[in-house]
Design a binder for this molecule. Structure first.
Ligand code: TYD
Ligand code: MG
Length: 485
């Protein structure tokens, strides 16, 4: 998906710059510019024709008809107005704006609410992205069945038949008597029906099958996805309806994914987790109403998605005996800490070019840490295959993983297990210094709460007061951390 968009914009440049006069490129021009319709107009009397004529049929004048290009007047030109809600042209001060109709409402899942920044805001457009099979439809069906108890809710399915959705709802034991269902893929029709039904919340499943009659390209193409999402967003803002839009992301990016419409929606949320793993994480990538780095954790069970209220406990289920190559760290996700286990396997390589594989962590960061370890820790792993895994299918983007990763690597390399009750976090700089990370105190508290007795942390993250039952060791340099180990 990453390289699809640039390719596309290349086409646009090509068509507009070089071939804009070429008649075969109408379809392309339609995407990039305002739609241009050629008509023929008599310059004397103003009569309009679809093709050129020598004499005007109305005023009978000769040689007065010339080509005229005008932007096509279509619902799209009206879609440029009112995008940010009710269109009005009067200027007012911020404090004069009426805020009374903006209370958030809960989705029924506290983990979902947390990622949304505290609940669903009326009139917002929320994109739920994820790979096919991640559980987007399941999550939204569960949410909508709960919400329908108290408010008008409309679920639009474009992918599954109504029977399929009904069967799933029945199997999951959801309340089915209130939720309104519609099978439709035309956004114009959807908005017409929504205007009549007046729901407070709408689910569109999914944006890739929606289409607008105005646009020639197939559903799922970049122009369709963008325009339909913009149309739905505008409807949401103008009618104060919360719009939850499902968007598939595929690994190879063959479908126009959520990235192309992230600019027009208010929140973009990804449901992640491989289909063979039990856990799914919900993470905000853009949120106009709250912080983005919040993480919600769900478990996919036989009875649908269930919230995981204490994720640290499940990501840390380990055996009695501590094995080499495993280190526990404390992540900081939005507003809460999360304990995760980092595993490393360092093994002699039979290949000339040893492998470096990281699952759940950044591969480039791994290469960098191996170089730091070589230079400042005196440990050479040039002839070793290195595998790293973050347990539980979590993806760690934080730099606080550095120290835990290094200790796991060293532990595996030396075949020497770290103590069971040890927890580690900290960023490692290129000169081998250990840098502090945000919310150090809270991380240590969380580890203590889960029974950890010892922590290796950056020196600047040392807590001011002693923590009951926890020995905290502050380190300034990588060599100090390796000594403590
Ligand atoms: P689905 O919500 O259809 O995924 P998406 O809409 O994101 O494509 O979820 C499909 C997967 O979830 C499917 O592979 C089976 C699994 N699943 C369960 O394990 N338990 C359940 O109760 C349900 C409804 C689905
Ligand atoms: Mg689905």
């Amino acid at each position: 998906m990453g390289n699809q968009y640039p390719k596309f914009s290349l086409c646009i440049l090509y068509s507009t710059n070089l071939l804009s006069k070429h008649s075969n490129f109408h379809a392309f021009r339609g995407i990039t510019m305002a739609k241009v319709k050629a008509s023929y107009v008599c310059t004397d009397c103003g009569s309009e024709y679809v093709r050129w004529l020598g004499q005007c049929n109305d005023c009978k004048a000769w040689n007065t008809i010339s080509e005229f290009r005008q932007a096509k007047s279509s619902p799209r030109s009206s879609s440029f107005s009112g995008f940010a809600g009710a269109a009005g042209s009067q200027v007012q001060t911020l404090d004069a704006i009426d805020l009374t109709d903006l209370p958030r409402f809960s989705s029924g899942f506290s983990e979902f609410d947390r990622v949304l920044g505290g609940g669903i805001v009326p009139g917002s457009a929320i994109l739920i992205g994820g790979e096919p099979g991640a559980g987007k439809s399941t999550l939204l069906l569960q949410t909508m069945c709960t919400l329908a108890e108290n408010m008008e809710a409309l679920y639009i399915t474009g992918e599954e038949s109504l029977q399929q959705v009904a069967m799933r709802a029945k199997r999951l034991g959801l309340a089915t008597n209130k939720l309104k269902m519609l099978s439709e893929t035309s956004v114009e029709n959807i908005c017409l029906i929504a205007e009549k039904e007046k729901p407070k919340i709408i689910v569109i499943d999914s944006i890739q099958v929606m289409h607008m009659s105005d646009i020639q390209s197939a559903p799922g193409s970049v122009s369709q996805v963008r325009e339909t999402a913009a149309y739905l967003t505008r409807f949401a803002k103008q009618h104060h309806v919360a719009m939850l839009i499902v968007g598939h992301v595929t690994k190879d990016g063959s479908l126009a994914g959520p990235k192309v419409l992230e600019h027009c929606i208010d929140c973009s949320i990804m449901l992640e987790g491989s289909t063979d793993s039990r856990y799914r994480t919900l993470r905000g990538h853009k949120n106009r109403f709250g912080a983005v780095n919040e993480l919600g954790v769900f478990a996919m069970t036989g009875g649908g998605l269930k919230e995981v209220k204490n994720p640290s406990a499940i990501f840390l289920t380990r055996g009695e005996e501590q094995t080499p190559g495993s280190a526990v760290m404390v992540l900081w996700e939005g507003t809460r800490p999360l304990l995760v286990e980092i595993q490393a396997l360092v093994d002699h390589s039979a290949l000339g070019n040893p492998r470096r594989i990281a699952v759940g962590a950044d591969q480039n960061r791994l290469s960098m840490l191996l170089a730091i370890l070589n230079r400042h820790g005196g440990l050479q792993m040039n002839d070793q295959d290195v595998f790293v895994n973050v347990v539980g299918g979590i993806k760690v983007a934080e730099t606080s993983i550095d120290l835990a990763l290094i200790l796991a690597l060293v532990s595996s390399f030396r075949d020497n297990a770290l103590p069971q009750e040890l927890v580690v976090f900290g960023e490692v700089g290129l000169s081998g210094e250990i840098r502090p990370v945000p919310s150090g105190q809270e991380r240590i508290n969380e580890a203590a709460k889960h029974g950890f007795k010892k922590a290796i942390v950056p020196f600047n993250n040392m807590p001011k007061d002693k923590i009951e039952g926890m020995e905290v060791i502050g380190v300034k340099k990588l060599s100090e951390a390796l000594e403590v180990m």
